[in-house]
Ligand binder design. Sequence first.
Ligand code: XMP
Length: 511
Amino acid sequence: LVIVLDFGGQYNQLVARRVRECNVYCEIYSYKTSLEKIKEMNPKGIILTGGPNSCYEADSPTYSKELFKLGIPVLGLCYGAQLMMHVLGGRVSRADVREYGKTKVIVDKADSKIFENVSKETICWMSHFDTIFEVAPGFERTAHTADCPVAAAENEAEKLYAIQFHPEVLHTAEGTKMLSNFVLGVCGCAGDWRMDSFVEESVRQIREKVGKGKVLCALSGGVDSSVAAVLLSKAVGDQLTCVFVDHGLLRKNEGDEVEAVFGPEGNYNLNFIRVNAQERFYGKLAGVEEPEKKRKIIGEEFIRVFEEEAKKIGAVDFLVQGTIYPDVVESGLGGESAVIKSHHNVGGLPDYVDFKEIIEPLRDLFKDEVRKAGLELGIPEYLVFRQPFPGPGLGIRIIGEVTAEKVKIVQDADAIYREEMDAAGMNKTVGQYFAALTNMRSVGVMGDERTYDYAVALRAVNTIDFMTAEAAEVPYEVLQKVMSRIINEVKGVNRVFYDLTSKPPGTIEFE
Ligand code: XMP
């Protein structure tokens, strides 16, 4: 186990992810975690993350000196590096020049364990105002840049390492190597952790937390909630009940498909309950046009439906959600990032919830990691590699007011689009694709008659982590065929657009 102590930086999850990529298990804890707790966990190494503060100011996050005297190797990154120097008697203050972006770092100590097999001059990602001007007693400088006298320092005897730049960011060309040098080389971790260990560890933690309690899981049939549900079922078996709310905003036939896989006829024992709440959601959404309001309504209504189901099955202690890390960041809960959208899985929780606690077993994972966990759990590939579908569903793919009529239009158009994309083999290469309904109607002509109908927008994006994305190059013939089929087969549509916008500035979904 390696512990990542979170000081509020933007890249903290990336640190954890890179450590996992070295096949080392790691957990993130707040910098407020007590020394006793850390000793109890007996980690093989500790990483202090970056953060937005200045370590020499009175109310900045800090940690006691004792942390560095446990005999456990510590690696400080950015703020963590400055803090280590400050606490141990070095000098950190504001520099004249702010370093930001890709920067050439010159390694001064060729035999430093951290820089083993790293080039002598290497490009690193810098982002700091404060600078280490003097290393603490017992430390030596191991790297510098043109503007930064101490880009890295170490006290080899005490196994304390400080790095001013961000090895966790991919712009740091040899960053993963450095982190791997720390966790494998310095800390002596075995590097034999795999996703199955995540599954095992989560099962253990869930059992411990849940005890004999009853668990209710919000199953949507998407990758995230399916993985969460199967994980929970593995951990607590019959104590789990899965409720699938058909909110009437699913893709065409999806409700029945989800029921076929996870329901009583399927392969899993999930105590599956389907709630048909279509009319209820349409009712609440009538007349509402504002995207955030729509998201809040859908999210809140979801919770209400769960509460009602929970009452029917008796006391429930825990609610499971398939929240994954990018949801957490975009909702503004992950460190410093601003709120982009209130994600269905995280935002929009009503003030009172009739559950003791929420369990989010995938909260620290990126999408590709969730998929790996899904495969470990034996979930079929076609489900694991299914396109992501947002919690609020077609509600955020219909711009403006949602009505049953519009839902039907977008479901039919989307089904055609997906059918043709699959037939063209695009489902293997494109990250996410779907049809959306714009709120625009325009004039057309069909069979000598004037039409005044809706415009459908087709979206297809390539993305690795869904935080950034680019419009995919869908072959023109495919687009043309989709256009022609939609216009001929879907009543109420007379125009089709292809969305070329990347993310940023656009988002993947329309609202
Ligand atoms: P955006 O539109 O924010 O989408 O670029 C990024 C990824 O997240 C999905 N998404 C959601 N998933 N609840 C979810 O579970 C939501 O509220 C939500 N909003 C967007 C989206 O489909 C894309 O894959």
